[in-house]
Design a protein around this ligand. Structure first.
Ligand SMILES: C=C(O[C@@H]1C=C(C(=O)O)C=C[C@H]1O)C(=O)O
Ligand SMILES: NC(=O)CC[C@H](N)C(=O)O
Length: 864
């Protein structure tokens, strides 16, 4: 007999912690775990063969785990298959562990009821009182046996009521391990106690079902904050499960899984899902024929060599100077600006080291995609020096995704160059995605009709760029050059000349005197009230500011809390938008020479960017004009960064406190942020981000090197955590002929940074948990401004080597040229919000939203 690894089936109720449980089971039990959603198409309880099919599915596994999830065990939609597992006939029984929602569903199947907690406990860490070896009444199948005391994380709004509140305090020590007389099938195994001031709430944490191999845990064994001694419970459970299989002679079968429904954790990434036979039919292969077809746009950027030249940067020169010197005649821009690199108001570890300026973006190939479309648009604004736009439409086959296309486009241009190893970016994709692109990836349908045709993703393939190293005081002019080396070098030299011959470069004093003062004039705005801003009344033509109504926002916070109390979400990142309508400035003349010191690359948006940058310098500042979109950002939040060899890191931010005279040191901020409410908010997102990374990196490949650390930024303190992962080894190959991501039969495509991005949008810190249900709820609550657009999306790059860095688009303003096109005004939007939990107060959340709004909004107040 060969000893194969045990097989476990995990039933996923669309939770945002599922992959963490799969990782725990895989690593602690050395098991092989498959994931099946609660509502797989091939197992529909309404079809006649359902019971038979469920039985054969379960026969393939040694044991089953029914996972956590949003909603209630009383709702069929929320528990799906779980309900039928508890009802299996004796001959079909399989050992099961229910976790959280799975536990609650087990309790209900035993006749218990589930009620709302007095206040939900989400991201709360509590001591578990369990029936260990010392308990007076060792019972059958006690999976806590021999496990030392431990603390565990809770994520629940509902709890099991088995009559515990009616037991007198004196009776409790003896009675707590006994089956209640009206529920003889439930054997209590663990409890926790919540002090509610006037009384203590007794909360059931674990049970065994009498006479059946079913166990349940209310706490989350997989959370990063559940102590690892608690893993003994999982080992005990599996030991008991295998003993039960042996004692009853239960045998597993080796029938193959239904191919489309069970997944391995790392196969959740979008690029792989539907790669069945179908997608190999030639008529569905449009994008591949485009990629190889040699059209003028499809061949752009192929067969390039990397050339670069380094310059010292004079102390007085900043990123905007370089943009102004070189890019004045462009209409499209991508500037990733670590504007806080030299700011002493910001902690040195978070200032940002590099800035990246894309050059000649008009001529770069741009790839655009709109959520729900079955095509991609490739375009250049000024094709090879002409004034003509060029555009090609690329069809997507029914099973193909934008991410597959981007991965294959990138692979054809991939470089394994070891040159400039320290440069974060050689050239490659730069651009944005919207929040709505992320919603598509998690199958959340948009509720409102979109009355526009704007892209949700725009990536330029940038071949000319400048990387500024703020630490070394140098910059690197770079080109992924298609032409002969001499021509490429001549271009590098011409850019260097343009910079060094400019008056700003040469004459620091004069330049400083002329620079930007009239534009960002007033400096930081000191208005301290947190009420909504008023429309400024001065100025020739007035700006209109439409900010969220405070009372309405508070009502939305309460609504979020209703959903949380009902168990539908653990945390909801509620946001709203402010609209600023300003008179459109008359177009600037384009006649200024390239070395002109006058800073005006494009209309008013550049001036707004400079104002925001001065007001709120941030490590992830950015200025983008791509197509009809303009984004001005001072984001402090890194979303995802990755190396070309598959190391990745995410940096979720949760917990915000405004700098003030009362709170102006890290120690003071820590006193405010290191409290259960803030820590819980952050922990929830850490566990969610671990799940997202586990989904691609696979079990055991994710860790949390920094947890709940407070950092200092220009105008706020923020609590952050760092979650790291490593992509599966198939992608770590550094051979000179890179493996193709096109799946050949029997071969897994290698994973690349784009897979991480695809699998983790929208950013968990902007959604709450569980992600899918929370986004559905937010779509409902955030109406009538439910479309977040660029806000809550990401901005960043993945270069030709596969290195990438993406920030969350917050503390930013954006506009679309087509909004109010043809009128005398332009409309800017600012999104702001914060995470709502059971412990939030409506006033507190309202203040937090207005604090975050104040930074970007101030640039308009300064200008009037
Ligand atoms: C929602 C915003 O910020 C998010 C929410 C935070 C919070 O709840 O503390 C912190 C950083 C961001 O992830 C925003 O800036 O608008
Ligand atoms: N994490 C969970 O599974 C939560 C279960 C249920 N939705 C509750 O809130 O109580």
């Amino acid at each position: 007999m060969t000893m194969s690894r045990p097989r476990i089936l995990f039933i996923d109720a669309y939770d945002s912690f599922s992959n963490n449980i799969v990782s725990l089971l895989t690593t602690v039990l050395d098991a092989d775990v498959d994931i099946l959603p609660i509502d797989p198409p091939h197992l529909d309880p309404k079809t006649p063969g359902f019971k038979h099919d469920l039985r054969s599915e379960l026969r393939r596994y040694d044991a089953v785990v029914c996972g956590p999830g949003p909603g209630s065990p009383d709702s069929e939609r929320d528990v799906g298959l779980m309900k039928y597992i508890w009802e299996l006939e004796t001959d079909d029984l399989v050992p099961v562990l229910g976790i959280c929602l799975g536990f609650q569903s087990l309790v209900v199947s035993c006749g218990g009821i589930v009620k709302k907690l007095r206040t939900g406990l989400h991201g709360m860490i509590r001591e578990i009182d369990h029936a260990n070896s010392e308990s007076p009444n060792p019972c059958e199948g006690n999976i806590f046996h021999g496990v030392p005391a431990f603390k565990a994380t809770l994520y629940h709004s509902l709890h099991a009521d088995i009559g515990q509140e009616s037991i007198a305090a004196a009776e409790w020590p003896n009675s707590k391990w006994e089956s209640p007389s009206h529920l003889p099938d439930i054997i209590p195994l663990a409890w926790t106690y919540e002090d509610r001031g006037d009384s203590v709430e007794r909360i059931l944490m674990g049970i065994k079902r009498k006479g059946r191999p079913f166990w349940g845990l209310q706490y989350h064994p997989e959370s990063i904050c559940t102590e690892s001694t608690g893993h003994g419970v999982i080992k005990n459970w599996f030991h008991e499960a295998m003993r039960w299989n042996q004692a009853t002679g239960r045998k597993t079968t080796v029938a193959p899984a239904h191919p489309s429904d069970t997944t391995k954790p790392r196969r959740l990434s979008t690029r792989e899902i539907d790669e069945d036979e179908q997608s190999w039919k030639p008529e569905l292969d449009d994008f591949r024929s485009w990629l190889t077809g040699g059209s003028p746009l499809a061949s752009s950027g192929l067969n390039a060599q990397y050339l670069s030249r380094c310059l010292d940067v004079p102390l007085h020169i900043e990123v905007p100077d370089i943009v102004e010197i070189l890019q004045e005649s462009q209409s499209e821009y991508i500037v990733l600006d670590s504007a806080s690199a030299k700011a002493n108001r910001i902690g040195s570890d978070v200032r940002g080291r590099y800035s990246i300026i894309a050059l000649d973006v008009d001529e770069a190939l741009k790839l655009e995609y709109r959520t729900g479309d079955r095509h991609i648009t490739a375009r250049v604004s000024r094709n090879q020096g002409s004034s003509q736009d060029a555009r090609e439409i690329i069809k997507l086959g029914s099973h193909q995704t934008i991410w597959q296309f981007l991965a294959e486009f990138w692979t054809k241009r991939r470089m394994t160059s070891d040159e400039s190893p320290s440069s974060p970016f050689l050239g490659g994709f730069m651009g944005y995605t919207t929040y709505e692109l992320g919603l598509e990836g998690i199958n959340v349908a948009l509720r409102e009709e979109r009355h526009h045709n704007r892209p949700d993703l725009c990536f330029a393939w940038v071949t000319k760029s400048i990387v500024v190293d703020h630490m070394e005081g140098t910059l690197r002019i770079q080109q992924l050059s298609p032409s002969a080396t001499a021509l490429g070098r001549a271009w590098l030299d011409s850019v260097a000349d343009q910079l060094t011959n400019s008056s700003v470069w040469a004459d620091g004093l004069r330049a400083d005197f002329q620079k930007r003062q009239p534009i960002n004039g007033g400096g930081p705005n000191h208005q301290s009230q947190l009420t909504p801003p008023r429309t400024p009344t001065s100025g020739a033509v007035k700006s209109q500011i439409r900010a969220p109504d405070p009372a309405e926002y508070e009502a939305k916070v309460r609504l979020c809390q209703d959903y949380i109390a009902a168990g539908d979400s653990y945390e909801l990142c509620l946001t709203d938008q402010t609209l600023i309508t300003i008179p459109q400035p008359s177009p600037r003349p384009r006649d200024a020479g390239p070395t002109s010191p006058t800073p005006h690359p494009t209309s008013s948006s550049w001036a707004l960017y400079l104002a925001l940058r001065a007001r709120q310098p941030a490590p992830f500042g950015s200025y983008l004009r791509l197509g009809r979109a303009t984004l001005i950002s001072s984001s402090p939040e890194r979303f995802l960064s990755h190396t070309s060899s598959g190391q990745c890191s995410m940096r979720p931010m949760k917990g915000t406190v405004r700098k003030s005279s009362a709170v102006n040191t890290l120690a003071a901020a820590e006193r405010i942020l290191r409290v259960p409410k803030e820590e819980a908010e952050n922990l929830m997102i850490v566990d969610l981000v671990r799940h997202d990374l586990h989904g691609v990196c696979g079990p055991g490949n994710v860790r949390v090197p920094r947890l709940l650390v407070v950092e200092e930024y220009a105008s706020v303190f923020q609590m952050i955590s760092v979650v790291e992962g490593v992509l599966p080894s198939s992608s770590l190959s550094s051979s000179s002929s890179p493996p193709s991501p096109i799946k050949e039969k029997g071969h897994e495509p290698p994973f690349i940074g784009l897979d991480l991005l695809a699998a983790s949008l929208p950013p968990g810190s902007m959604t709450g948990a569980p992600k899918k249900r929370s986004c559905e709820i937010l779509q409902e609550i955030e109406r009538p401004r439910a479309e977040r657009g660029l806000y809550s999306g990401v901005v960043g790059y993945m270069d030709a080597r596969g290195r990438g860095d993406w920030s969350v688009t917050i503390r930013s303003l954006f506009r679309w040229d087509d909004e109010h096109a043809g009128t005398e005004v332009e409309v800017w939007r600012i999104g702001a919000g914060g995470a709502v939990t059971a412990l939030s107060t409506p006033e507190g959340e309202r203040d937090e939203m207005f604090i975050k709004l104040k930074g970007p909004l101030g640039v308009f107040e300064e200008q009037t």
